[in-house]
Design a binder for this molecule. Structure first.
Ligand SMILES: Cc1ncc(COP(=O)(O)O)c(C=O)c1O
Length: 482
């Protein structure tokens, strides 16, 4: 390991990164090349520059252009100049962002960035403790970890100390909007996946508010954890957060909101009403690597009762900085979330917020909602496409539904079409099952996406759909009408 290796390796990374970023607008979106052959661990190293060159070579054709403008799968943001450069800088600084003893810089920036996030989303920065996490899943782990501690205390047990054994089965109430990551958190926290009750009134998963009220009323003094969703992954729909918060307040339940991308609705006046009521939650989970367009992996939790975090996540060891456990001096974010050693992942968030300001983030989110409106319009106008739901935010579920194809054949047709779209690589959009049908669910969250990318999405889906029908394999002509 040599000092002289650092500069050429970083310059090579810069060059390759610039080339990759510059190619994103035109690149094929999906990865296409086959995996390289496995080679045994070399005995003697090749040096930093050659190692870098090998990685760059492997990235050709194997790195997905998910940071590009035509990647509509999942909910994927890109990276901006500020967030990418700050992420690199965070790696170069290589801070131990666990405590202010390890890195005063990282802790200062995390406190400033999470405060700015609260301000951005019109949440009282004094009322919330922010914790940077690896994504929305770990942000929910933080929020639901605090909820579990609260639940135990209501039953007279310090769950972080004593565990959950012997306590009644926890009750977690939610709608059909609940994201798989929340269920994963329930499994990780020992609450159990099966404790989750989905109270839905329709095939969207819409919350049955009356059922929620009845269930909460039936519980007497037993505490309940309610999980609401701000931005369902297939539709961008929201649970009625105000009505849910009312019930939680009335019955003394904990309200956790998974707002992985939906929290950003708060910055755009035309859609901000969707998230009304989130300010009354006890904990909120959100992502920065989605709609803020910072590099993976980056999310954040906002929790009202800091002391619950400290009880749940504190760590004590002779070699670690002594701390009251509540983040008091020395400030110890490692005592507020799941990790011990942690990356200074607030730096890209800080840079993104500073570089764009409130107005820049608002313009991006509003732009994406307009692009989603454009997509809704194009789908509605196409004779062979069908909107699967009327939605308002940045996710647009739709399917290929050409005349003459029976309804029951549309699921296999759309599943096959989804596969063809991925193989084709001009646009990237996966299929899902929503409202009991197979459909596409493009999400728009990348700052690079433009109206022509949305047009391309629609034209590629229609073109490949028509070819699929011509091919006669998935829906034989004999089974069509007319
Ligand atoms: C609503 C919702 N919650 C949670 C997640 C999980 O987020 P992450 O992958 O950042 O952990 C997602 C991811 O798409 C999501 O859409």
């Amino acid at each position: 390991m040599q000092r002289e290796e650092i500069e050429p390796a970083l310059r090579a990374a810069l060059e390759a990164s610039l080339a990759f970023q510059e190619g994103l607008d035109t690149a094929r979106v999906g990865a296409c090349a086959g995996p390289p052959p496995l080679v045994p661990l070399p005995d003697s190293g090749v040096g930093a520059a050659s190692a870098l060159a090998e990685l760059v070579r492997r990235a050709e054709g194997r790195a997905a252009a998910s940071a590009g403008p035509r990647y509509f799968h999942y909910v994927v943001g890109g990276v901006t100049g500020a967030s990418l450069a700050a992420d690199w800088f965070a790696s170069a600084l290589d801070q131990v962002a666990s405590s202010s003893t390890g890195s005063p810089l990282a802790v200062d920036v995390e406190e400033a960035a999470t405060r700015w996030l609260a301000e951005l989303f019109d949440l009282d920065p004094e009322a919330w403790t922010g914790v940077c996490t690896t994504g929305a899943t770990t942000a929910s782990l933080v929020g639901l970890g605090a909820a579990r501690q609260w639940w135990g205390e209501r039953l007279g047990v310090d769950v972080a100390e004593e565990g959950i054994a012997g306590l009644p089965r926890p009750v977690v109430l939610t709608s059909g909007f609940v994201h798989a990551s929340v269920i994963k958190c329930l499994a990780m926290l020992g609450i159990g996946r099966a404790c989750c009750e989905r109270l839905s009134v329709d095939n969207r998963g819409t919350l049955d508010v009356e059922a929620l009220e009845r269930r909460l009323a039936s519980m007497g003094d037993e505490p309940a954890i309610v999980v609401a969703t701000a931005g369902e992954v297939n539709s961008g729909r929201f649970d009625p957060l105000g009505a849910v918060a009312d019930r939680c307040e009335q019955y003394g339940a904990w309200l956790h909101v998974d707002a992985a991308f939906g929290l950003f609705a708060r910055v755009a006046p035309g859609v901000a009403d969707l998230a009304d009521g989130i300010e009354r939650a006890d904990s909120i989970a959100a992502d920065a690597h989605k709609w803020l367009n910072v590099p993976y992996d980056s999310g954040f939790a906002l929790v009202r009762q800091r002391s619950l975090l400290a009880k749940t996540f504190r760590m004590v060891a002779a070699y670690l900085p002594p701390s009251a456990g509540d983040g008091a001096p020395p400030r110890v974010p490692a005592n507020l979330g799941p990790e011990c050693s942690r990356r200074a992942r607030a730096l890209p968030i800080f840079a993104a917020l500073l570089s764009e300001g409130r107005a820049g983030i608002r313009a991006m989110v509003e732009g994406h909602v307009l692009l989603a409106d454009q997509l809704r319009g194009l789908v509605a106008a196409a004779p062979d496409l069908e909107l699967v739901d009327e939605t308002r935010l940045n996710v647009v579920p739709f399917r290929f539904a050409p005349r003459g194809v029976r309804r029951r054949d549309l699921d296999p047709l759309n599943r096959a079409l989804g596969q063809r779209v991925l193989e084709d690589g001009r646009v990237f959009v996966g299929t899902t099952r929503y409202r009991s049908v197979v459909c596409m669910r493009p999400a728009i969250a990348n700052w690079r996406t433009r109206p022509e990318d949305v047009e391309r999405l629609v034209s590629v889906v229609r073109e490949l759909g028509a070819k699929l029908l011509e091919g006669d394999e998935v829906v034989p002509r004999s089974s069509r009408r007319g």
